[in-house]
Structures are given as C-alpha cells and as structure tokens.
Write a protein that binds this ligand. Structure first.
Ligand SMILES: Nc1nc2c(c(=O)[nH]1)N[C@H]1C(S)=C(S)[C@@H](COP(=O)(O)OP(=O)(O)OC[C@H]3O[C@@H](n4cnc5c(=O)[nH]c(N)nc54)[C@H](O)[C@@H]3O)O[C@H]1N2
Ligand SMILES: Nc1nc2c(c(=O)[nH]1)N[C@H]1C(S)=C(S)[C@@H](COP(=O)(O)OP(=O)(O)OC[C@H]3O[C@@H](n4cnc5c(=O)[nH]c(N)nc54)[C@H](O)[C@@H]3O)O[C@H]1N2
Ligand SMILES: [Mo]
Length: 772
C-alpha cells in the first residue's frame, strides 16, 4: 500500500520527451492524484483526507489560493491539491535516528526531490557550531537558545524573520507582533518574490493591493484575459470557473509565450461530460507573446480603444470609453491619452512579437465587451517592468469602467493558500502607519516605524554582515530566492538560522553557525491545545476569509503548532519586559479565539470575526473599489498612469530565460519527475527552446548544454547539464524549471519599484557541455 521514500536522486538520464498535451485535467488527473496519495498515506488516510479538502467543516487545501465555490463538489480537490495534501499528510517520517544516520554534508548531496520525499519532521533538532549532524533538542532548550541569541544582538535590526504563505492568520498575527515587539520590521515574505508587483501597482492606482473580483464576477464576465498564468498546473480549480464562464457565454483570451494545456482545452473530472466528452475549449484566442512584452501589448490595446473611440466620435456614434465612470472616479486621463497617441505601433508589434492584426482582434473583443476581467500570475509579476505592465492593465480597464461592476475587474491569482491573509495580518516590511498605531494601542507598546528588509534586501544585508540572525516561518528560503550561490554564502555567514518547518529541505542544510529545525503542524493536522481542538483562518485570492480545521493525527506527539511556537518564544524573549507588547501569550496559545479578538480590534474588516467564520463559507473582506467604486488613493480616485515603454532587448546569440513550475512540484517541493502536460518526463534539467533558435545556435534537439547567465555585474553564473528540448515558444524565449535555475537569477536583477526578482527574464547563452 504505502511505499517508502525514493532511494535515489532524480536520474536525469531517464528523460523522455513526448508531444505536449492539448487538454488538462480529466480522468488521468484523478488517477495521478490517487496514485501519489496512496503511496504517501495509504487508503484509509487518503479517503479521510481527500474528502475533507476545502469542505465547509474541513481544512483549507494547503495548495494554491484559488477560492472555493459556494456549491461544493463532493470532492473539491484537484490533482495538484491532492498532491499538496499527500505531501503533508504522508506517513513517512524524518526522525532523530534519520539525522543520526545522515550527516548534514551527506544530506546536502541529495536533490530537493529526495529530501522532500523523506517525510514529516518529527522533533526539534539542533546543529551546534561546527557540528556534522543535527541532534535532538527539547523545546524548552530550543526556545532558550533562540531567545538568548536574539538578546545578544547589537540591534533588533540584525535579525530577519521570513514568512512563507501557508501560515494561518492567527499564527501570522502573533508572529508579526513578536517581531515588532522585539523591535524590527524585518519581515520579508514569499510575496516579495511573487505578487509584490501586483500589490505595488494596485495600491498606487486603485488604492488597495488586492484583486477586485469574486467567483460570481468570473461567471458573468463577457471577456476574460488570462496573462502570464498556467492554471492547468498551478490553479487547476480555476479551470472549473473558466468552464462556467464559457457556459455563460464568456470569451477567453490566453496571453502566454507557451501554449499551456489547461488554457487550450479542459476536461472537468467533476462533471460527467468532462469524463466522457472532449472537454471545453477554454481559450478562444491565444496570443503567443514574447517574454516581457505585456506592457507593450496593453499599451497597444489602450491605443486601439482610443483610435476606435476617435473613429466613433468622428462618425457621431457613441464612444468606446465609459465617460461617466472616468469623470466621476478617475484621475489623469489626459496624460494617459497623450501617452497612447505617442505610442508607436511598430514598436508595440516588435516588443510583443504579435501582429498588429492579433492585437486589433483582441482590441475589438475589448471594445465589444461590457464586462472584462484580466487575470494574471507570475508571468506578469517577475519582470523588470512588471509594475508598469500592471499599471497599463489598470489603465485599459479604467477606460471602459471595468472596475467595481459585476463581471469586471482585476484578478491577480495568488500563489500560496494564505499568502494574502499573511499580508492582511501585518507580514510586511512596511505596513502603513495606521496599522502601527492600532497595533501599539492594542498592545500598549511602541512598534518600530522604519521600513524593514524585503527578501532581496535581507539577502544583501546578510551578505554584507548587517544581519546575523535568520528565522523562517515555513518556506524554503535558500531555494526559493535568486542567485543561489550568493544567498547560500549569505545564510552561512549568519550566527543562527531557525526554520519552522513541516518537511525537510535545503534551508535546513545551508545554515548559520548554529541552526535549529522546529517541526510544526500542517493544515491537515489536528491542533489540540489546553482548551481543546482549535481551528485557524485563511484568506483566499478573492479576499474571502474562512475557517480551517485539520482532522488527522499529527505525525508525532512532539510537534507544536505555529501559534504555540510563536507564543512560547515570545514569552521567553519578553519575559516581563515593560516595553514589550502587553499580551497573555499563554492564553492565546490555549485558545485561538483570544487571538481572533485581538485581530478584530487591530485589522480593519474583521469586526465580529468569530461570529462570521462560524457561517458556512466564512465572509468577504471589504474592498472599496469592488464594493462601491471608492478608491483610497492619494488623489481619492482611480489613477491613470503614464509609463515609459520598456521591453527586454536581447544581444545576438542570447536567449531570454523564464523559470517556471513543472506539473509535479509546488514551488521548491518536488512531488515527482514529470511535467505531463508539456510532455517532459522523468527529468527536470531541461531547457525549452524554439526549434529555429536551436538550429541557429547549432544545438541539436536533446543535446546537453550549460546555461550561462549574463548580467551587467559580469559574474559568471552557470547551471550545468541541461537538455535542450525543441518547444513551441517565441523566438529568443526559453523556459526551464525553478529552483534548479535560481543560480542564474542575479540578486540585483529586480523589478522596478516592487523589488521582485526577475525570475521570468534572465539573459542566458547556451554552451555545449562537452566543449568545456
Ligand atoms: N501545483 C502547483 N500549484 C501552485 C504552485 C506550484 O508550484 N505548484 N505555486 C503556487 C504559487 S506560490 C504561485 S505564485 C502560483 C504560480 O502560478 P503561475 O504564475 O501559473 O506559475 P509559473 O509556473 O511561474 O508560470 C508562469 C506562466 O506565465 C507565463 N509567462 C512567463 N513570462 C510571461 C510573460 O512575459 N508574459 C506572459 N503573458 N506570460 C508569461 C509562463 O509561460 C507560464 O505559463 O501557483 C501556485 N500554485
Ligand atoms: N526562479 C524562480 N524563483 C522563484 C519563483 C519562480 O517562479 N522562479 N517563484 C517565487 C514564488 S511565486 C514564491 S511564492 C516563492 C516560494 O517560496 P517559499 O514559500 O519559501 O517556498 P516553498 O517551496 O513553498 O516552501 C516549502 C517548504 O515550506 C514548509 N512548509 C510547508 N507547509 C508548511 C506549514 O504549514 N508550516 C510551516 N511552518 N512550514 C511549512 C516545508 O518545510 C517545505 O519544505 O518562490 C519564489 N522563487
Ligand atoms: Mo508565489
């Protein structure tokens, strides 16, 4: 039934390449989900678990942040949700004996797949200075070690506290309080590498960094543009929503350098038709855009609408713009229109790699649509010009009044299941003054006001010796971050690294002088405290907050919840200090409703929190633009913006590399070795390249090459031994998987304004491996 972990690392020699699939999901998806789940959990635990994913009395799927539909299917799970659950609910265990058997050096020789597949962490472990092996350590001793280390720092700003996006609202709220009580705003999070560009662009233009649509809106949209997102793999349940939208007559346009399977055609395993039929064709049009060309595309779409508007007005017809909306709710139209008039079609065409006809066809769809939604993910947020790109999207939607009306709006599709909620709770290196004021009043202390480090600045600060202590609430910092070699050296130069984790990963092995692993409960685990079983809350991509309760017996009696870990550390660290936040940490640990009472008083939108999460499906947080076309920006209106056109320009013989997820991974967690929809099997070190580029570079399909990154700092960053695979992608644009390629992403190559690493545009050259 269940089977043990893999004995070997991935053998890249086993690579096979098949034709990419044209359809996503369907029966093979359920089959694959069950196969993985049976191996990790066995039949009984599989049934107990999978049937409770995203159900109203169950737990929130630890996978992506796509919202749950009101009318739930018996099993509201998808293949990748099932994999995420199996990964966490596995019966495999990493015990103290495991650490006694394997030295840190030996573990480090294994790949991410092997490490993650070993099972759940079961006991707190300590790596002493100069030690070769982790040894078990009691919780009390572990907290003492951390508290003493923190107290020994010359300044609280010498510490950074990272958060990944699975942490519950309750744990996140206490964690940021702990950190601010300690005296720093150094709270980088995975969002800095993810949707930070969305937050930056939306806060400035519409006054709130969150999406403005609901599932209901998607159902009633006339036009949906999906740009820079691969939902078939990363948000499979979104395909059900898109299928529904199609049933209601929506037109869907996919904008992507790669013809991703789910965007083309979708078979819904939850409906009989999906099982027997050919599925629903999702995209009506596919714009195979060049990497980084979306700013130019949306500029072109705005220009198209302006020209159509001019024509209509000249002919005495009704214009294309929603002038009522523009007059009442926006600011800056004239400057924007001047930008559009100045824009050059030839430049737009060459920046996008699309034809003028293709852009005009999408323009006509926009013109005809009374309600348009734009969805996006990492393909738009991880470029140098990501913030300007997203501002241009806002511009286009504002022209037609597509914000704050049914069936229309902005839809950034979030990654981690509670990454949006963590932000709402204050996990951010620069929260607004209003948050600090309320926090200080609630807890009778003075929180620091200076901005803290985001992820990239935290790495720089460790590298430069200004930060000496690193703690992570989940995640896998060393693998998720750019410039792996620089980041590894930065972490190694610290005096202590502390990882609160569920599963073994490389961040436990690339450590400061001393290191601690603090194992914790996951979403699926039952969380029992002094007053009984606890539930937590999470917020999805559409601002809906709901409760989540794990049901499974935790993998070890030794595990503490994230809330317990934070509370006990805080009690140790503050130990009666008069200037610390005034809070009964033990009472919060014993009863999470106490934490929710504080959240209710500090975070806007959480009034009657406990009562509202008792309702099935929870509640939706307020959102000015969505709820009433209220735009809390500096101008009090939605802002049109003017953005200098930027797009990547490649030197001859070079490629622009985007680093993406395969179908068998969740970020740095590798579930398996296949990227089924793209036809890549049994290996991960592949680089997908346009066949004409391969021919021009004199590289054969299947040949082994090194990827060499070229950046202005002149450093040679190299990822060795990748197989070149001919693939449908625009000329000059290549793709390979993350995290194997993070070594190529220069630390200083970040998006303007948001500081997000440019993981989707890395200039590389290919060198035949044998030539070295
Ligand atoms: N199963 C699974 N689910 C996940 C995750 C996972 O790893 N596995 N990760 C979660 C997280 S944290 C996140 S943030 C999301 C990520 O979800 P996605 O953003 O879908 O993930 P990526 O694999 O990075 O894919 C980026 C997509 O954008 C396209 N793209 C790249 N550059 C451009 C561009 O310049 N323009 C356009 N138009 N398109 C471009 C790529 O071809 C690809 O289709 O998924 C979440 N859900
Ligand atoms: N090159 C490149 N780099 C990227 C990206 C890219 O597209 N390309 N994408 C970026 C994006 S969008 C993101 S979001 C980041 C992801 O960055 P992270 O969030 O840091 O990475 P994950 O791989 O999601 O973290 C997995 C680890 O989290 C721990 N974990 C899982 N569940 C829990 C839990 O409930 N509690 C606790 N305490 N720990 C838990 C496990 O130990 C597991 O090993 O990576 C970024 N890096
Ligand atoms: Mo993400």
């Amino acid at each position: 039934m269940t089977s043990g972990p893999p004995e070997h690392d991935i053998d890249e020699a086993n690579l096979t390449v098949e034709a990419p699939k044209r359809t996503a999901v369907g029966i093979p998806a359920i089959y694959h989900a069950l196969k993985i789940s049976l191996k990790q959990m066995g039949a009984k635990r599989s049934a107990e678990t999978l049937l409770r994913v995203n159900q109203k009395d169950g737990f929130d799927c630890p996978g992506c942040a796509w919202p749950e539909a009101d009318k739930r299917h018996v099993a509201e799970f998808c293949e990748n949700g099932a994999k995420a659950v199996a990964e966490e609910a596995t019966v495999r265990k990493v015990t103290p004996e495991f650490f006694a058997r394997h030295s840190v050096a030996e573990l480090l020789s294994h790949d991410d797949y092997w490490l993650g597949q070993q099972g759940r962490l079961t006991e707190p472990m300590l790596l002493e200075a100069g030690g070769t092996h982790y040894r078990p350590v009691g919780w009390d001793e572990a907290f003492d070690i951390v508290a003493e280390e923190l107290k020994s720092l010359a300044s609280p700003d010498e510490a950074v506290f990272y958060t990944s996006g699975r942490t519950s609202n309750e744990a996140a709220f206490l964690y940021q309080l702990l950190v601010r009580g300690f005296g720093t705003n150094n709270l980088p999070d995975c969002s800095n590498m993810c949707h930070e560009s969305s937050g930056s662009a939306l806060t400035e233009t519409i006054g709130i960094g969150k999406g403005s649509v609901s599932l209901e809106d998607l159902k009633h949209a006339e036009l949906i543009l999906i740009a820079g997102q691969n939902p078939g793999t990363n948000h499979p349940r979104m395909l059900t929503a898109l299928e529904n939208a199609k049933k209601h007559g929506a037109t869907i346009v996919a904008i992507n350098p790669l013809p991703e399977a789910g965007l083309i055609r979708f078979e819904n395993p939850q409906t009989p038709r999906g099982i027997i039929g050919n599925g629903t064709a999702i995209a009506d049009d596919f714009l195979q855009i060049k990497l980084g060309g979306d700013q130019a595309l949306f500029l072109g779409l705005g220009k198209f609408l302006l020209e159509a508007n001019d024509d209509a007005v000249a002919a005495g017809e009704e214009g294309v713009f929603d002038t009522q909306f523009i007059d009442a709710h926006t600011h800056g139209l004239d400057d924007y229109l001047a930008e559009l008039r100045n824009a050059d079609w030839d430049e737009i065409v060459s920046a996008t790699g699309l034809t003028r006809q293709q852009i005009a066809a999408t323009g006509r769809r926009l013109q005809a649509s009374k309600s348009t939604i734009v969805c996006w993910a990492m393909g738009l947020t991880q470029h140098k010009n990501s913030v300007p790109t997203l501002r241009e999207i806002v511009n286009v939607l504002l022209l037609q009044g597509n914000i704050g009306k049914p069936g229309a709006g902005l839809c950034p599709v979030r990654g981690h299941s509670n990454v949006q909620g963590d932000r709402t709770m204050g996990i951010f290196e620069r929260m607004p003054a209003s948050f600090h004021d309320t926090l200080d009043a609630e807890f009778g202390f003075h929180s620091p006001r200076g901005h803290g480090y985001d992820t990239v600045n935290a790495i720089r600060a460790m590298r430069d010796g200004t930060v000496k202590f690193f703690m992570a609430m989940g995640g896998n910092f060393v693998r998720a971050t750019p410039d792996s070699e620089v980041t590894e050296a930065a972490l190694r130069s610290t005096t202590m690294t502390v990882q609160v984790s569920t599963k073994l990963n490389k961040s436990h092995l690339i450590t400061g002088r001393r290191a601690l692993i603090l194992p914790t409960l996951g979403r699926t685990d039952k969380d029992t405290q002094a007053t009984g079983e606890q539930r937590v809350t999470v917020e999805d991509s559409m601002s809906a907050v709901h409760a989540s309760r794990g049901r499974l017996k935790p993998p070890s009696e030794e595990l503490l919840s994230e809330v317990s870990i934070v509370s006990r550390l805080a009690a140790r660290l503050f130990d009666g200090r008069a200037d610390a936040p005034q809070l009964d940490w033990a009472a919060c640990e014993a009863d999470y409703t106490q934490i929710r009472k504080h959240i209710e008083r500090v975070v806007p939108g959480f009034e009657r929190f406990e009562e509202k999460i008792a309702r099935p499906g929870g509640f939706v947080l307020p959102h000015g633009p969505r709820d009433g076309r209220r735009f809390p920006t500096a101008t009090g209106k939605a802002n049109f913006t003017v953005n200098e056109l930027y797009y990547p320009k490649l030197p001859a013989g070079r490629l622009l590399l985007q680093t993406i997820r395969s179908h068998d991974q969740f970020n740095t967690t590798i579930y398996g070795t296949d990227d089924r929809y793209r036809g890549i099997k049994a290996a991960r070190r592949v680089v997908m390249v346009n066949p004409d580029d391969l021919a021009e570079l004199g590289i054969g399909d299947g040949e082994t090459v090194d990827l060499v990154s070229e950046f202005s700092d002149g450093l040679a960053r190299r990822a060795e031994k990748f197989r070149a695979v001919a693939y449908s992608t625009p000329r000059g644009c290549a793709a390979a998987y993350y995290p194997e390629t993070n070594v190529l992403v220069p630390l200083d190559s970040v998006a303007d304004i948001s500081g997000t690493p440019t993981s989707k545009s890395v200039v590389i050259r290919l060198e035949k491996t044998s030539n070295r």
